[in-house]
Design a protein. Structure first.
Length: 268
């Protein structure tokens, strides 16, 4: 708390000094400038001069590069398995039967670099992390270091039996947005392809007999996956859907088993 207070005072003081300096240096046209501190998905935390409306409009139409560290496009929703085009699992994949309401996805971006062509369109590549968590229904334990999706059936009842994977994802997004309305908000439409690289996978189980257990392995998850994302939103809130075009696992028996997700996006 003390560190936060000192940081706030330091930033406030710096802003005050710089504001006086900016006001003291008005040009011959007497265009007013003031210093503001803003947080945005394109620039991160920055200090900038805000000029008159006529100057801002002229500069807004100019293309510019954008990028840096960010924390945005936080996706949180449900995941679904698609077995050769069907939401029903085939006989080879029945052991992966899952609870839809408890199978989820979570992801966010921490980097982005791109180019804004005008106030309504930009292209950027981003980087972030993605988690998929599948709540298994059956009382099974997937075997580690197995060339197939082998498992053992347990005589105990798991209150939680979750198979999860985490990836580093790299999306290429094309963003279209409307003009700001009277409330200063816009409608957004974002779409583009995405590639991802497996970080790790694990099984987490909870039972009365064994307590809480975690097992880490790759569980034959595809080390490289590719797909696409679509987002629509208003202001900072929207909806997303993702679909991956290659198989979820590397094993032959699971050929054609893919996953998709959908939910809410924060930070458009």
């Amino acid at each position: 708390m003390k560190r936060l207070l000192l940081t706030t005072l330091l930033v406030s003081g710096l802003a005050g000094v710089m504001t006086q300096s900016v006001f003291a240096q008005q040009d011959s046209t007497r265009t007013k400038r003031r210093l503001t501190i803003s947080v945005g998905s394109e620039t991160g935390i920055s200090m900038r001069k805000v000029e008159s409306d006529s100057v801002k409009k002229a500069k807004a139409s100019e293309g510019r590069f954008i990028g840096g560290i960010t924390f945005t496009r936080l996706d949180w929703g449900f995941t679904r398995l698609v077995d050769n085009g069907s939401f029903s699992l085939s006989k080879d994949n029945e052991f992966l039967d899952y609870t839809g309401g408890k199978s989820s996805t979570f992801s966010f971006d921490v980097l982005q670099f791109g180019y804004r062509f005008n106030p309504n369109f930009k292209v950027y590549v981003a980087g972030g992390f993605d988690w998929t968590m599948i709540r298994l229904k059956k009382n099974i334990t997937l075997l580690k270091n197995s060339p197939t999706m082998a498992y053992t059936e347990e005589d105990i009842n798991f209150s939680k039996n979750r198979l999860s994977s985490s990836y580093v994802h790299i999306p290429l997004n094309f963003e279209f947005r409307t003009k700001e309305n009277a409330s200063g908000k816009r409608f957004y439409f974002v779409l583009g392809p995405e590639v991802a690289f497996l970080l790790n996978a694990k099984v987490k189980q909870i039972s009365k007999e064994r307590g809480k257990e975690k097992f880490k392995d790759d569980y034959n998850f595809e080390p490289f996956r590719y797909g696409g994302t679509v987002r629509i939103g208003y202001g900072a809130i929207g909806l997303f859907t993702k679909y991956y075009f290659n198989d979820m696992f590397t094993t032959t028996a699971q050929k054609g088993l893919r996953n998709m997700s959908f939910g809410i996006t924060l930070g458009l």
